[in-house]
Design a protein around this ligand. Structure first.
Ligand SMILES: [Zn+2]
Length: 294
């Protein structure tokens, strides 16, 4: 596979975000490779390959966990402190990476410590009927069916209120991620590659349940300033009503492993979304999974 020197050069100078990979590899379309987030939390994925051991400390049973163990504090749009120290009292020390056993669940939790099975392709991918910043078909237009339908409702409600959201990037295949990651490894070695690209299986975009949203006002870029636009404001306040959460809230970098991404929404269903929103929480906290930490 060929390298993409220009893109990679840019990539090395920025902080990896959950969506960065996609932008970097988008070629052409200058949909901003620079998602300069709050910098912070250097996202080193842990070195070791997926160790099977604790494969199922997985209690992913959706329903009402109103527990929310910790970190009620950080507001997603609150102060600028990029690291909220009290994010978690139950951090788990080890670096184990486990493979999720419920990849098709609408509430699967995927992060750098919880990977999708190799080669996993979500079922029922479809293209939501919402505006994208490009016209032609690309795989990244897709989402799981239920998520796509919910996204259409979200867009319709936004539109009614004069909010013009634009979709940028949803599904990303395992293969695609693998190729990009490998080309980074070839070019820069594993250590550097881990800084700029997620290992295959660790991107939430591979679930088909995530979508990056932007707007014309943002020139269709994915940047933190999106939060200050009318679209970003609306999304932060209403996404949960349609079953979505802002997946990487501000102040939760230690929990999610990612910098603040006001543009990245993840479908989890209305009930879970509402609770996560009300608790100002994260998926990890909601399901009681250990935080990413470090
Ligand atoms: Zn994203």
């Amino acid at each position: 596979m060929k390298k993409k020197p220009l893109i990679l050069a840019a990539a090395l100078s920025i902080t990896l975000t959950g969506c960065a990979l996609d932008q970097q590899t988008d070629g052409g379309k200058n949909n901003s490779e620079a998602t300069n987030d709050t910098n912070g939390s250097s996202q080193q994925t842990s070195q070791d390959s997926t160790s099977q051991s604790s494969k199922d400390e997985e209690k992913n049973n959706t329903n009402d966990k109103d527990k929310n163990a910790n970190g009620q504090e950080s507001t997603e749009d609150g102060g600028d402190s990029e690291k909220n120290q009290n994010s978690s009292s139950q951090s788990i020390p080890d670096d184990k990476v486990i493979q999720v056993d419920n990849p098709e669940s609408l509430q699967v939790v995927v992060n750098k410590k919880r990977t999708l099975p190799e080669g996993y392709t979500p079922p029922d991918l479809t293209v939501p009927d919402v505006p994208f910043y490009f016209d032609e078909f690309k795989p990244k237009k897709q989402m799981r069916k239920e998520a796509a339908h919910a996204l259409e409702q979200l867009f319709a409600a936004a539109k009614e209120q004069g909010i013009d959201l634009v979709a940028a990037s949803g599904y990303r295949s395992y293969e695609r991620q693998k190729n990009v990651y490998q080309s980074n490894v070839n070019a820069y070695g594993e250590k550097e590659a881990n800084k700029v690209s997620a290992k295959p299986g660790t991107s939430e975009h591979q679930t088909g349940l995530a979508m990056d949203l932007t707007s014309a006002q943002m020139s269709f870029k994915l940047e933190e300033s999106f939060r200050q636009t009318d679209e970003g404001e609306w999304l932060a306040n209403h996404a949960h009503e349609y079953g979505f959460v802002i997946r990487y809230p501000k102040g939760k970098e230690d929990v999610t492993g990612y910098s603040y991404e006001p543009w990245h929404v993840r479908y989890v269903g209305k009930e879970a979304a509402k609770q996560i929103y009300n608790n100002k929480g994260t998926l990890e906290e909601f399901f009681g999974f250990r935080p990413y930490k470090k």
